[in-house]
Design a protein around this ligand. Structure first.
Ligand SMILES: *[C@@H]1O[C@H](CO)[C@@H](O)[C@H](O)[C@H]1NC(C)=O
Length: 315
């Protein structure tokens, strides 16, 4: 590699989802619609939960955290992409690119850990119902909500510091719609063995740790529920977990589908599909999964939209 090529990369080109000029309007409309749906839906959830004192329980507070992470997650990539389509210029500055990468890692990892925390919460609620309020006190809840945010920042910082050591030469075109870590590593012309090793080790623990928590919680929940004698009791217990299980299947089904099934011969496409599902589709789906299936959420949303104060439910 020539010395002079190595120093001054000042921007990257995001050669988004499609480079065919005819499809740009369609992509713009599609992504704008998905962005608006995600932001509006998740904002409604955060507002409904924070304005309704009846929903100030650990489960809903964690859900509000998840919605916040979802809004932030989609906001790291899609607005910049829309702007680039609008201005017909695919460039992004080096600094913005690194910032985008940092925050996209933070919010996806937070999402993942919050799902694990929510599983633990359902575990205590169903397997130790009598001690639930004592165990899930405000202090523990604050910790359980803070840990995902803290850990995800540590993970993102590790990857970013490692990436800052790599050198980018002539090629600065990313076949991606935002600055994601894996395509950036593939673009680098220095040795990225350490980066890839860390990505593999940290990445797989970030995925397996929450997943293990979820599996253990649900194994215990299933045992507890099957022991209930009345079918209505069983149904009620399962329905409080149903929405969480749906999100979990969506999330981990995506991981398995994207990273284990398609042929690894086309890593650019695999990364693009994976990133699209994680940073756009899952954040968009969460509000629907929670509010359509959940009576309390529906009530809170209706009160929020109609403008009524929450009233105690008459027996
Ligand atoms: C996140 O969870 C914590 C602890 O349960 C809660 O205090 C906080 O209000 C939540 N954040 C949002 C945006 O609801």
């Amino acid at each position: 590699m020539h010395e002079g090529n190595q120093t001054s990369i000042s921007e990257f080109l995001l050669l988004g989802l499609s480079s065919q000029p005819g499809k740009q309007e369609l992509l713009f409309a599609l992504f704008l619609a998905m962005y608006l749906v995600t932001v509006v839906g998740n904002t409604l959830i955060v507002l409904a939960i924070s304005l309704d004192p009846y929903l100030h329980t650990p489960m809903y507070l964690f859900l509000a955290n998840l919605s916040l992470a979802d809004i932030s997650s989609i906001s790291t990539s899609v607005p910049k992409m829309l702007m680039n389509i609008q201005t017909k210029s695919p460039s992004i500055s080096y600094e913005s690119c690194i910032t985008q990468m940092y925050f996209s890692i933070v919010f996806v990892v937070t999402d993942n850990f919050l799902l694990g925390v929510m599983a633990c919460d359902r575990f205590v609620a169903i397997c130790h119902p009598l001690n639930y309020t004592t165990i899930m006190g405000p202090r523990l809840c604050l910790w359980l909500a803070a840990i995902p945010w803290a850990l995800s920042n540590a993970v993102a910082l590790t990857h970013t510091l490692l990436l800052l050591r790599s050198v980018f030469c002539d090629g600065h075109a990313l076949l991606h719609f935002f600055c994601d870590l894996a395509p950036l590593l593939r673009l680098s012309c220095s040795d990225t063995t350490v980066n890839e090793l860390v990505l593999f080790v940290v990445g797989s623990s970030v995925i397996t740790l929450p997943f293990a928590l979820i599996l253990v919680s649900y194994a215990c929940i299933t045992r507890a529920v099957l022991r209930l004698s009345r079918p209505e009791g069983r149904w009620k217990a399962f329905s409080t977990c149903g929405s969480h299980l749906t999100v979990v299947f969506l999330f981990y089904g995506t991981i398995v589908g994207v990273y284990f099934f398609p042929s690894p011969s086309d890593p650019d496409n695999r990364d693009k599909i994976g990133a699209l599902l994680f940073t756009v589709v899952t954040p968009m789906m969460n509000p629907f999964i929670y509010s359509l299936r959940n009576k309390d959420m529906n009530g809170a949303l209706r009160r929020l939209l109609v403008g009524k104060r929450a009233l105690p439910v008459m027996p």
